[in-house]
Write a protein that binds this ligand. Structure first.
Ligand code: TA6
Length: 298
């Protein structure tokens, strides 16, 4: 007996699927295999979908969980082995996977959860400027929690080095009231101050534009949202780095797909393999980057 409902939806130029049951509602786009929204029934949204999101081919949606692969951010800021993998002209920010159509391999119930699996066929040697042979799959599991797992398997005969992230946008009542726990004492790269290395004191509270790479991260990080009386917990594996981002007032004004005050209702914690945490895949090797997202009342 199917307990999940799966419906096709069109959002602008993008093919999407809405998957729902009595506990949660999930919207996924074929482009980028990108989760666009996730809400547990009776709670505010867990993942944030911008009010001014643009649903266009070739453009990542400002929402949910964009998959950054086979590099994160500006390629020029990546370690040399990641840069050396790319032979194209202009390297798009956050790689090549988030703006391409993935193939839906299957939707299957496993006990009380639903597994949705995607593959990016072009990763097998057909990405422009990136001629390596990697099987790239994304497994989304919807149950009591939401789990997202990105697996890269090197099918070629030479090593492949990647950086990557599950660039998750979380919904909060007001970022100025929220805090991120689990970062106390960690070293981080302050990308807004010449990529200087600093050390975090206490929980992270937001008081301005934030764009940091946290290093040697623990398995669990959480977002405490006092107004919504909610804690969102991220449990990560295959990762020891995380990027935390909020554009704040001025950067948000420059983003055409974010309302001028949209920054107040979101923050990104991006489960990542970046900086000195990039992944080298020997021929035949595979790596999975995973985040499980849960929420509890405070
Ligand atoms: O992860 C942080 C970051 O790299 C920021 O520097 C900011 O640019 C953000 O991602 C969003 O990037 P995008 O290309 O999606 O506009």
């Amino acid at each position: 007996m199917a307990t999940f409902k799966v419906e096709s939806e069109q959002h602008g130029e993008l093919n999407c699927w809405r998957i729902s049951n009595e506990r949660a509602d999930l919207l996924i786009a074929q482009q980028g295999a990108q989760i666009l929204s996730y809400q547990r029934i009776g709670e505010p949204p867990l993942l944030w979908l911008s009010d001014q999101a643009i649903f266009a081919q070739g453009k990542s949606v400002r929402a949910g969980v964009p998959v950054c692969w086979p590099w994160f951010g500006n390629l020029q800021r990546n370690p040399e082995p990641v840069q050396a993998m790319y032979g194209g002209q202009q390297a798009p920010a956050h790689g090549l996977a988030r703006t391409r159509d993935w193939q839906l391999l299957g939707v299957e119930e496993q006990g009380a959860s639903l597994q949705i699996e995607f593959e990016l066929p072009q990763a097998r040697g057909q990405l422009p400027g990136w001629p390596h042979d990697v099987q790239l799959k994304l497994l989304i599991e919807l149950g009591d929690t939401l789990s997202v797992s990105l697996t890269s398997r090197n099918l070629g005969d030479s090593p492949v080095t990647i950086s990557q992230a599950l660039h998750s946008y979380f919904a909060v009542s007001d970022v100025r009231q929220a805090r991120v726990e689990g970062v106390d004492g960690l070293h981080y790269i302050e990308t807004l101050a010449d990529w200087e290395q600093r050390q975090q004191q206490g929980a992270l509270q937001f008081a301005g534009e934030t764009d940091r790479i946290y290093l040697d991260t623990p398995q669990a990080l959480s977002i405490v949202d006092p107004h919504w009386a909610r804690r969102i917990t991220l449990t990560c594996s295959g990762s020891s780095s995380a990027v935390i981002w909020n554009p704040w007032t001025e950067r948000a004004k420059d983003l055409p797909d974010m309302a001028d005050d949209g920054w107040q209702r979101m923050l990104c914690i991006e489960t990542a393999n970046v900086w000195d945490d990039v992944v080298e895949l020997k021929p035949g090797a595979s790596h999975s980057l995973q985040v499980k997202i849960a929420s509890d009342a405070l």
